[in-house]
Write a protein that binds this ligand. Structure first.
Ligand code: A3P
Length: 300
């Protein structure tokens, strides 16, 4: 396992030879992270090389609208859950629960990532036709977000998780992904050492969390900072908090009719993980949909 990055990912690993991001890549530090694939250090964070072009395209082309909702996370911190909850909260008047798109599509299809789907499929996709509020998600650190997000009045929700749980969840997930076909599974101790040094996908985790925490302190009306553990402890309160932050508060009538409990049950691990769409198929041909639902517990 190469730990320091004097060598760079070969140009053969970068898909498009005309791609501008390739030139920049050659000037940046790169290394194998967790033995699975090449990562590049950009503005202090480790990004997958294979997503670098999409990340730069996101920065270059994404034009935020005031009504946009951006869900930001470190991988394995509760992204899937937050996507489902947010989608159900803001669309509760659009779909009756029996016709909710999440019954037949995974949360990652319904709420796409900037870097894995939206800007990976096309360099500059037309996103104007998407009805408001548009919901996107990302693992990009706050400092690397497109300026238009940071300068607009749109809403960002960040969710983080106890780093020990996040590490275990991510390490097991990476083993299952097997991105590097020739890569040997990385021993847990070695992966943990790298994690503690910040050398892990989208890390360092502390800087990632601090970036969004400081953004929340500077602008609490634009950035909501959540913890996975708090959602597990009191999902009703968390749903109310998200709804109020997004400007979709639950009326007293809705509360009396159990609208919050309905969303909480619908988005629960127990419900989502047993849907056919989440038990079968895979995400972008890389990972089984079921891998997004492992245990869903705190303190693993
Ligand atoms: P574990 O591996 O600890 O079980 P992400 O969505 O960011 O990839 O995070 C995945 C983690 O969230 C996994 O944690 C997964 O089990 C858990 N998770 C997925 N859906 C959930 C849900 N509806 N409720 C609670 N936890 C959920």
């Amino acid at each position: 396992m190469e730990k320091k990055a004097d060598s760079k990912c070969s140009s053969a690993q970068v898909q498009d030879p005309k791609d501008e991001s390739q030139e920049l890549l050659q000037t940046l530090e790169q290394q194998l992270v967790w033995n699975s694939s090449w990562f590049v250090k950009y503005d202090g964070f480790w990004f997958p090389v294979r997503l670098f072009k999409a990340i730069l395209s996101t920065r270059k082309y994404f034009k935020a609208k005031e009504t946009d909702i951006i869900l930001s996370t470190m991988p394995k911190s509760g992204t899937t859950w937050l996507k489902a909850l947010t989608f159900c909260i803001v669309n509760r008047d659009v779909y009756i629960i029996d016709e909710n798109p999440l019954l037949t599509a995974t949360p990652h299809t319904v709420v796409p990532f900037f870097e894995y789907n939206t800007y990976a499929e096309q360099e500059n996709p037309d996103l104007e036709h998407i009805p408001s509020p548009r919901i996107f998600s990302t693992h990009i650190s706050f400092n690397v977000l497109p300026n238009s997000i940071r300068e607009s009045n749109c809403r960002i929700i960040y969710i983080c998780k106890n780093p020990l749980d996040q590490f275990i969840s991510h390490w097991l997930f990476m083993l299952e992904m097997k991105i590097g076909k020739d890569a040997k599974p990385l021993a847990m101790d070695e992966a943990f050492d790298m994690f503690c040094q910040g050398n892990h996908p989208f890390g360092p985790f502390w800087a990632h969390m601090l970036g969004y925490w400081n953004a929340h302190l500077n602008s609490p009306q634009n950035v909501l900072f959540l913890k996975y553990e708090d959602l597990k402890e009191d999902i009703t309160l968390s749903i109310k908090k998200i709804a109020e932050f997004l400007g979709f508060p639950f009326s007293l009538d809705e509360q009396k009719q159990g609208a919050i409990q309905q969303i909480s049950r619908f988005c629960s691990f127990e419900h989502l993980s047993t849907l056919e769409v989440n038990k079968n198929g895979n995400f972008l041909g890389m990972v089984k949909n079921s891998s997004f639902f492992r245990k869903g517990e705190v303190g693993d």
